[in-house]
Design a protein around this ligand. Structure first.
Ligand code: AMP
Length: 193
């Protein structure tokens, strides 16, 4: 199963991707996680991406497409993967189509989590509070200022990605405002339906 989860920041893509990855025994490929790891490791990509990420903007298409092109060729992704946070621009979606076509692969489903945007800042705040409680480090972009930039980037650059897949007839939507379990069941429903 090759799957994309779409939705604005705080929609629950990461949570649902983790659950699906466990259930389907395929890797969750989160460009945000990979970029944060690159920042932490101080790689050239990480050093280039850090300021953009901290501010809430989008890292260049060339960087993220390069990361994903390499990652989906690794052995553990052969039988499938869940993309979380990629593609975030129509150019990334088109690049992904090309990469997959070259590998003779195709996407099985694109699932968009629809949410009430008024609730999103509260979700991000909750994630930050829970991280602190667990003794972890809060993401540099989980704050109201960076969140606004992230949401603006979503509207401007990522919302058209949904239209891109809707135009191909491959987009499914799920109500992401429900409890985690219920959203998972709804995703299972659209994947099996
Ligand atoms: P996320 O963990 O998905 O919320 O991503 C955190 C940050 O990483 C984003 O705000 C962007 O700065 C960057 N990022 C992650 N994925 C992408 C992508 N596909 N395209 C551009 N920037 C990305």
């Amino acid at each position: 199963m090759r799957l994309i989860l779409l939705g604005p920041p705080g929609a629950g893509k990461g949570t649902q991707a983790t659950r699906l990855a466990d259930k389907l025994k395929i890797p969750q490929l989160s460009t945000g996680d990979m970029l944060r790891a690159a920042v932490k490791a101080g790689t050239p990509v990480g050093m280039q991406a850090k300021a953009v990420m901290d501010g809430g903007g989008l890292v260049s298409d060339a960087i993220v497409v390069g990361i994903i092109a390499d990652r989906i060729q690794e052995a553990d992704a052969k039988s499938g993967f869940i993309l979380d946070g990629f593609p975030r621009t129509v150019a990334q979606a088109a690049a992904l189509d090309e990469i997959l076509a070259k590998m003779n692969m195709r996407l099985d489903a694109i699932v968009e989590l629809r949410v009430d945007e008024k609730a999103l800042l509260g979700r991000i705040q909750k994630r930050a509070d829970e991280t602190v409680k667990a003794g972890g480090a809060v993401r540099a972009d989980d704050n109201p200022k960076a969140f606004k930039v992230r949401l603006d980037a979503y509207h401007e650059m990522t919302a058209p990605v949904s239209a891109y897949y809707a135009g191909k007839g491959t987009l499914k939507t799920v109500d992401g405002m429900q409890p985690i379990e219920v959203v998972s069941t709804a995703i299972d429903g659209v994947l099996n339906g």
